[in-house]
Design a protein. Structure first.
Length: 335
């Protein structure tokens, strides 16, 4: 489709909780935690490439997911979601539009919001202990690959296909978001269910023929108590966490140890750790088919209040870890 056939439509509706890991509040808190821990060289690079903080940049990749084809063939910008207002200038709209167009097609089974909307997650069975590209649910355009692609461009290397990252500014906008997604357990780990609602590992059990086996990071599982999908409730962070100052969250000394090995392998390492964290999101639950919606499930909790408390405790540590690691990564790229 020709470039002019796309329009950038920024709508509030697209910012429903399912649209983004941790929602905007979580991503912004992660960015703010990173901002505080940048050293001078990295801070200079961030300001020169973006002109604003990582806290602002952290939601760019979600705001850009509202780029939609326009039947009239024109370019227009409609309503702008309040959280995306920082990007509501002609230059920023042009950048978003251009990114969406370059990353729209070319993937298998393109989703309604374009191929780039798949860059935000990977769907590894939660029973695994590490991320491995050989596992079901991983892709050449999944979250781990997308993070590696953004890192490559920041280091003046080419992004591997299918990613089309125009420049280091775009790479930094993406990275500020993807490192957050990499620390949302349900953006990495999923539960595969057989027809009776029993969890199985598609890489070990011979049940892969189930058409609706993957619950898509809990998007197909409903929690009747919170009235949210399991995925959405893991996207939401507690008000107490979003309202706490990033300085207070970090504490006097960072409790997040540096990641070992070459930078190119960090995203896969982090995904493995987040996958192990996703055990607590699924293990212990049982699932019954949703009579009102074929292919969807209703989760049953042994103790919902305890599940919610444990979720918020884990989210707090993941948010701190994500922000600190984003800073560590940028400090390593720009020593
Ligand atoms: Zn995302």
């Amino acid at each position: 489709m020709k470039p002019l056939a796309w329009a950038l439509l920024l709508t509030a509706a697209a910012h429903a909780p399912t649209a983004s890991a941790y929602g905007n509040a979580g991503h912004q808190q992660i960015g703010a935690i990173a901002d505080l821990q940048l050293r001078a060289a990295a801070r200079r690079q961030v300001q020169s490439l973006l002109g604003f903080d990582l806290r602002v940049a952290a939601i760019w990749a979600d705001c850009v997911r509202d780029a939609q084809p326009d039947a009239s063939g024109g370019l227009q910008s409609r309503e702008t979601a309040a959280a995306c207002a920082a990007f509501d200038s002609p230059a920023q709209r042009e950048r978003m539009h251009d990114y969406a167009r370059r990353n729209w097609s070319g993937c298998d089974d393109p989703p309604p919001k374009g191929c780039h909307s798949r860059y935000h997650y990977t769907n590894v069975a939660y029973q695994h202990l590490r991320y491995d590209r050989a596992y079901s649910g991983t892709r050449d355009d999944d979250l781990v690959a997308a993070t590696h692609a953004a890192i490559a461009v920041l280091r003046n290397r080419a992004a591997p296909p299918p990613f089309d990252i125009r420049d280091r500014t775009e790479a930094l906008l993406l990275l500020a978001h993807f490192v957050g997604d990499l620390h949302q357990p349900l953006h990495v780990g999923t539960v595969y269910l057989d027809r009776d609602g029993r969890a199985f590992d598609p890489d070990r059990d011979a049940l892969v023929a189930e058409p609706q086996a993957d619950t898509r990071g809990g998007n197909l599982i409903h929690d009747a108590i919170s009235n949210l999908s399991l995925h959405a409730e893991w996207d939401q962070i507690a008000r107490a966490l979003s309202a706490t100052s990033p300085r207070q969250l970090i504490g006097r000394r960072s409790a997040v140890p540096p990641t070992s090995g070459p930078i190119d392998g960090w995203a896969a390492q982090w995904a493995g750790e987040t996958l192990r964290a996703s055990h607590s999101a699924y293990a212990g639950l049982s699932f019954i088919a949703d009579p009102a919606a074929p292919g969807r499930w209703i989760a049953q909790f042994p103790d919902h209040a305890a599940y919610w408390r444990d979720k918020e405790t884990l989210q707090r540590s993941e948010v701190i870890k994500a922000g600190t690691r984003l800073a560590q990564l940028l400090n390593a790229i720009w020593p």
